[in-house]
Unconditional design. Structure first.
Length: 205
């Protein structure tokens, strides 16, 4: 008997999860603020901070953008709008960023779970290539790789470079910091993008 046959009824009981959380909330409906606010990396002053009350689950969830291949804006985007492309992958660089950040798109429509084994292996290779290209830029301390997938149905992976020595930006709080830091100068960012593109070109097989 396989593990799957042994656990045929496995399911996440979301209403029960929300009910447990609400039962654990204080009289103001808010869960206690956790130790995260004491982390050296936490971007906000903790005084007066409180968690929002949990909303009811929305089922079915609203459609994401670009779920359908026929109307997908990511598929329709011409190669000229990307910093680097090959037969299967396209890398874009936002016009304005506070830390060096690029996005890897799969050329073919589909989400992460749609990849066959060959495409999945190829994605792994591309993630490593983009990470290396961004990490090689002087001043980059570490490269964070994120795939969220809540807003858009066409697979794309975010790469964000943590500036060297900026230890407050370590880990999961970096996206919150990057929303508040000023934009890089255009010429500095353009040179970094050119360097990443050159390294991706050099790694082309
Ligand atoms: Zn698409």
């Amino acid at each position: 008997m396989t593990d799957l046959q042994r656990h045929p009824a496995a399911a996440l009981d979301v209403p029960a999860l929300v009910a447990r959380a609400r039962a654990a909330a204080g009289p103001d409906g808010s869960l206690p603020v956790g130790d995260v606010v004491t982390w050296d990396t936490f971007p906000f002053e903790p005084d007066g901070l409180r968690l929002r009350e949990l909303d009811d689950p929305v089922v079915p969830e609203p459609q994401r953008s670009d779920e359908d291949a026929g109307t997908c804006a990511r598929c329709a985007r011409p190669d000229e709008r990307f910093a680097w492309t090959d037969d299967a992958w396209r890398v874009s660089a936002p016009d304005s960023v506070s830390v060096p950040s690029v996005i890897l798109d799969r050329r073919a429509h589909g989400d992460l779970g749609d990849l066959d084994d060959e495409a999945a292996a190829d994605l792994g290779r591309m993630i490593v290539r983009v990470e290396r290209a961004l990490a090689a830029v002087p001043g980059v301390g570490r490269v964070h790789v994120q795939r969220w997938g809540d807003g858009n149905g066409h697979l794309h992976v975010f790469f964000s470079a943590r500036p060297a020595g900026m230890l407050q930006l370590r880990g999961l709080v970096m996206p919150l910091w990057t929303l508040h830091l000023p934009a890089l100068p255009d010429d500095e960012w353009a040179a970094i993008v050119a360097s990443v593109v050159a390294r991706l070109d050099a790694g082309r097989t």
